[in-house]
Write a protein that binds this ligand. Sequence first.
Ligand code: HEC
Length: 247
Amino acid sequence: MSRKPVSIALSLLAALGAAMANRCGATSSMHALAAGDGYVPVAPLESLVRSIRLNLKVAGDWLNEGDFESAADTIERTKLLIDFCDLRSSEESWQRRIGELRSQCQQLVDESKKKDADASSTRLKEIAKTLDAVASTPPPVDARSVAEYEPKVPVRSFMKLLDSCYADAKSAKSIADLQAMVYAIAETTNAAQFLRTDDIWRERAGDVRQAALRVAALKPDTDLKVARAELKNVYERCQACHKTFRK
Ligand code: HEC
């Protein structure tokens, strides 16, 4: 790996640190997002890309098994992860590539729903290529990423993504895959804060984000069993929000 993603990760963490410092102030809550605070990405782009790749692989497995519905659902969730990539930069070439990735994913959803096996598997390969291009030309995170973010999909879409990321983290065969999925959880809950404006909502979402970031920060040589055990802390935070908000 080049050093670049690391420096991006560090600058993101620095940005997060600054944002957190601003937020903590005199409030009693550590993580709540104050009104007017903008979206600041928390996952390194390379981890998000890795989580997207893992999802593409899962979709490919579903296609091979002839389960077109599950393949379409998987790609539907992946589109939300692509939205988080989109938020990083307003640079034109980045926007063009992300737009391409998004429309190819939509085409795959449509082709899967039509149970068109050939078109679906060709499209999946095309998406993997576009994703390679996206990953090889990361733009600097720009001002757009700290603008007020408005999610365009309902809570339930975020939850389906969180649910599958959590399941994939639990069954991951390597620390790198597990961490890619917890970074995806961190970024998804980071964005989910913007689904509602009340403080408790934002605090609960922020709690999952912090728990996920703690697992993401484990050393790469951490035993897989230890990392899996740490995942329970993440799930406890999910349930804390469900207790408050899920009827
Ligand atoms: C900020 C609050 C909040 C957090 C954090 C949260 N959830 Fe949820 N979750 C909800 C709400 C609200 C619903 C009900 C949504 C609905 O039915 O429209 C829900 C529903 C769900 C569902 C059911 C979705 C369905 O298809 O009906 C699943 C699964 C789920 N959450 C998983 C998770 C996981 C896994 C995490 C943590 C990684 C998590 N949630 C974190 C608020 C939250």
